[in-house]
Design a protein around this ligand. Structure first.
Ligand SMILES: C[S@@+](CC[C@H](N)C(=O)[O-])C[C@H]1O[C@@H](n2cnc3c(N)ncnc32)[C@H](O)[C@@H]1O
Length: 260
């Protein structure tokens, strides 16, 4: 199936978004973080239409059928490429299982592929605090959360993620979470990281997406605030004695920060 299949009813909107994106590209901004208030999609280090990518899927992906259904549905959305990479999501599910996580945070839900992915491996009393500012995206995934029988594990909070994280801290939930995935507006990554580090217990994991930003971190442009923000965080994490880290060349780059 094509990577992007645009329903007729959104064709006009998509054309406008395409023009906005093309304008950004022509202006040298390959990955503007916001176009008409919507975060842009990101590149994968291995092209999603390459034989090597297919090989990876064929030899490692064990995707729950309802998760697959949501992935295919999301790919039909004009912003489908914002969805987390399925191999990366599988790694997160494996980590969540490995550390026997019960409470996890998802910052940037979109249609809820990774929220569902994590909910599927959490125990029945486990919780995903799912943070997003756009409920329309989540409405696409919600029926599938229900179909998978894990809707009760996903606590969707529609407001700026910083606000949700502050509320969790204010309600005394510091050091009670096991895992967090940071995948929203790049300019706020440092704040997300600092707040998640307070919310996560020792031995917990923070996964940070898009840390290579299509390779743009090699030469961050001064006017590209998203890449600047990610690059600064990458430099900080290297020297951060509160964590140990691994930076993986998976998808668009993912850093795993293990709280010490
Ligand atoms: C890359 S997508 C997330 C993909 C998602 N993790 C998945 O499983 O497919 C980024 C999401 O961040 C959300 N977002 C952008 N700014 C935000 C903010 N300030 N607070 C919460 N969510 C935000 C967008 O609405 C979008 O749904």
């Amino acid at each position: 199936m094509p990577l992007l299949s645009v329903p007729k009813e959104v064709a006009v909107g998509t054309a406008m978004l395409g023009i906005a994106f093309a304008t950004g590209v022509l202006a040298g901004k390959r990955y503007p973080s916001l176009v008409f208030g919507t975060p842009k999609s990101h590149k994968s280090l291995i092209a999603k239409n390459s034989p090597l990518w297919q090989y990876i899927l064929d030899h490692s992906l064990r995707e729950h059928p309802i998760l697959k259904k949501l992935r295919l549905l999301t790919l039909e959305h004009p912003w489908g490429r914002m969805m987390v990479s399925c191999d990366e999501a599988q790694l997160m599910a494996n980590l969540v299982k490995l550390i026997k996580a019960k409470k996890v945070i998802e910052i940037g839900v979109f249609t809820g592929y990774n929220a569902l992915n994590m909910a599927l491996v959490l125990p029945d009393n486990g919780r995903v605090i799912a943070c997003d500012i756009n409920e329309d995206y989540a409405k696409i995934g919600k029926p599938l959360w229900k179909e998978a029988g894990v809707e009760h594990k996903i606590d969707l909070r529609i407001k700026p993620a910083i606000q949700t994280l502050d509320e969790l801290l204010a309600s005394g939930e510091a050091e009670t979470f096991d895992f967090a995935f940071i995948d929203a507006d790049k300019e706020s990554y440092n704040e997300y990281y600092e707040k998640c580090l307070r919310l996560i217990r020792k031995g917990g994991i923070i996964a940070i997406d898009n840390v290579l930003f299509g390779g743009n971190v090699l030469k961050p442009r001064k006017d590209d605030l998203a890449v600047q923000s990610i690059h600064r965080l990458n430099e900080k994490l290297l020297r951060d004695s509160r964590i140990s880290i691994s930076m993986l060349p998976m998808a668009d780059g993912v850093t795993l920060a293990f709280k010490l």
